[in-house]
Design a protein around this ligand. Structure first.
Ligand SMILES: *Cc1c(COP(=O)(O)O)cnc(C)c1O
Length: 224
């Protein structure tokens, strides 16, 4: 078995204590790896590629919660709305409009997180604080979307202080939005931050959801 069951139970125990949801990131890993963790009790799985999520969902138990955590292209919105329980990486207003339109067509309400650009890197996607503010101030325009909170990815660095500062920045914005726009909306409560390399910092910063892949499933092979 390629799944690290021991690491899983140790992380899961730590997360449960703090009411944090572990999202097991299974991208590029076979459905059998997901089944192995499912048998251990895991129900939340994260995928980055639309077709891969759709294919796995078709063969795996319907009690799995699917998190789409990748960069979503507008032309793939049709395939993912009503299929993923939560779309984590909503990184543009046009993408949000497309999701709302598709959710209306399917007569569903799609759970989403706005992706906040917190890294000091050009390579990552996301909205800045002003763009998030603009969207949230007009949230009535998206009646088929449920805003659950914010998602972010820290800079890929060994500087723990910088990662902490970036996560703190996201938590602060989330709390500020909560107070001003979502006081009456209990659903707006999520902060999806942290990965295998920086999950301890995310935990301390106040994450609600942490997305962990390689620590559970081993290194990924991007070339196969
Ligand atoms: C791949 C990925 C993860 C998991 O990364 P690991 O370092 O393997 O834990 C988390 N979040 C996002 C957005 C990812 O693309």
């Amino acid at each position: 078995m390629s799944v690290n069951v021991e690491a899983y139970h140790s992380i899961q125990q730590e997360f449960v204590k703090q009411s944090v949801t572990l999202v097991a990131v299974s991208k590029l890993k076979p459905a059998s790896d997901i089944e192995d963790l499912y048998k251990e009790g895991q129900r939340d799985f994260g995928e980055n590629y639309v077709q891969e999520l759709v294919d796995k969902q078709a063969v795996l138990p319907s009690t799995i919660n699917w998190h789409f955590i990748g960069h979503l292209q507008r032309n793939k919105v049709k395939q993912i709305v009503g299929v993923a329980n939560i779309i984590h990486g909503v990184d543009s207003e046009r993408l949000l409009q497309e999701i709302n339109k598709e959710a209306e067509k399917k007569q569903v309400v799609q759970n989403i997180l706005l992706q906040y650009f917190i890294a000091k890197e050009e390579t990552k996607f996301g909205l800045d604080a002003a763009e998030i503010e603009t969207i949230v101030a007009q949230k009535e325009q998206y009646p088929h979307v449920q805003f659950l909170g914010l998602m972010g990815m820290a800079t890929h660095t060994d500087d723990q202080e910088q990662i902490k500062a970036e996560f703190d920045q996201l938590i602060t914005l989330k709390q500020s939005l909560k107070a001003r726009y979502f006081k009456e909306d209990a659903a707006f409560s999520m902060a999806s931050i942290g990965m295998s390399g920086d999950y301890a910092i995310a935990l301390a910063a106040g994450a609600s959801h942490i997305r962990i892949g390689s620590m559970l499933f081993g290194a990924r092979n991007y070339t196969s």
